[in-house]
Design a protein around this ligand. Structure first.
Ligand code: PBG
Length: 330
């Protein structure tokens, strides 16, 4: 773009195109669509469970029967895709529930796909909700192991796909896990199942409310030895490049709002579908301020989601999906 040849005022009057609602609508560059959204769902054991998450108004832990109701509602709103998180009945050191073929996520995927074959089920692949220490990988002597964790994570991904998952989304940030998952899936005859890699995932304070939702807070230390430092953007591009080389079909930047520059750079740099995760804390902040009457929650939601798309995201994972879809249908 080269603005140098534009005449200045008074020949140029940018306000001409903002004069009426119809004109503004005509010249809007970025438009949200319901098909942009992926809605996160937390599945827990039991029946008829609908447990509100304190810091996330409107978001619940659901038992499988209620997840099915939710899916029904999502499809009627035009939301065709969910991201599934499991809350297992028990945790242990090695996260063994994560790879149980009859585990909570595996069972949920199975039920959902049987009832709603058209719904795109993306499954989050990570150990943090399954390990007693709450880390995303296996731990030895206080250290988060890489290669051993990757092996387990690849197995976990395979069980999700065997249960019917349409896309697997590794969120652990271990090195080499995308390649390991790709190899595992191909070997088992699932060469056509895409991988959505949480490629540039930052160690972020904005995950706080999620850890209550997924019961996945680390019991010691933090995630800084595997998730990225928030000062780094060049490194994010390298992470994304590695994941593409290892076979990622969709790459992700997470969180979204404090990292819009990273979304933009990733979009410009790589010609590949790009997802952004509008995370729990980003949702809670808007909800909390709106509850107090400090901001207009609906307007802030739409502005926020538009900013993520404007930055370059093709897909937005967001707890606002249902509200935004309703807004778009107006
Ligand atoms: C699991 C995972 C996390 C989120 C998605 N997958 C939390 C974490 O890394 O601690 C965060 C999602 C959100 O905050 O909405 N590794």
């Amino acid at each position: 773009m080269n603005n140098i040849n534009f005449p200045g005022f008074p020949l140029s009057r940018p306000r001409r195109l903002r004069r009426t609602a119809a004109l503004r609508d005509m010249f809007r560059e970025t438009r949200l669509a319901t098909s942009d959204f992926i809605y996160p769902v937390f599945v827990t054991g039991g029946e008829r469970i609908k447990r509100q998450i304190d810091a996330m108004p409107g978001i619940f832990q659901l038992s499988i029967d209620n997840v099915l109701h939710e899916c029904d509602q999502l499809l009627s709103l035009g939301i065709n895709s969910i991201l599934l998180f499991g809350i297992p009945p028990q945790k242990d050191d090695s996260g063994s529930e994560a790879i149980a073929s009859d585990g909570i996520v595996q069972a949920a995927i199975n039920s959902i796909k049987r009832r709603f074959p058209e719904l795109v089920v993306v499954s989050d692949v990570c150990l943090c909700a399954y390990t007693s220490h709450g880390h995303c990988g296996l731990v030895r002597d206080g250290e988060i192991l890489n290669d051993e964790s990757v092996e387990l994570i690849a197995k976990q991904a395979l069980t999700h796909v065997q249960s019917g998952a349409d896309i697997v989304a590794p969120s652990d940030m271990m090195d080499g896990r995308v390649g390991a998952i790709r190899g595992k899936l191909d070997e088992a005859g699932f060469a056509n199942t895409p991988i959505m890699a949480y490629s540039a995932k930052y160690a972020s304070s904005f995950y706080g409310p999620f850890r209550e939702a997924a019961e996945s807070a680390p019991q010691f230390g933090d995630r800084r030895s595997y998730q990225m430092d928030h000062g780094n953007a060049d490194e994010a591009l390298r992470e994304i490049a590695f994941d593409i080389q290892e076979g990622a079909d969709i790459v992700m930047v997470k969180p979204a709002l404090a990292y819009l520059d990273v979304i933009r750079r990733a979009k410009v740099e790589f010609n590949i579908p790009l997802a952004a995760y509008n995370v729990s804390g980003e949702y809670s902040m808007i909800k909390a301020a709106a509850e107090r009457g400090w901001i207009d929650g609906h307007a802030a939601m739409m502005e926020t989601l538009t900013s993520i798309k404007r930055a370059g995201a093709d897909l937005i994972i967001t707890y606002f999906a249902k509200e935004a879809a309703a807004e778009l249908a107006k």
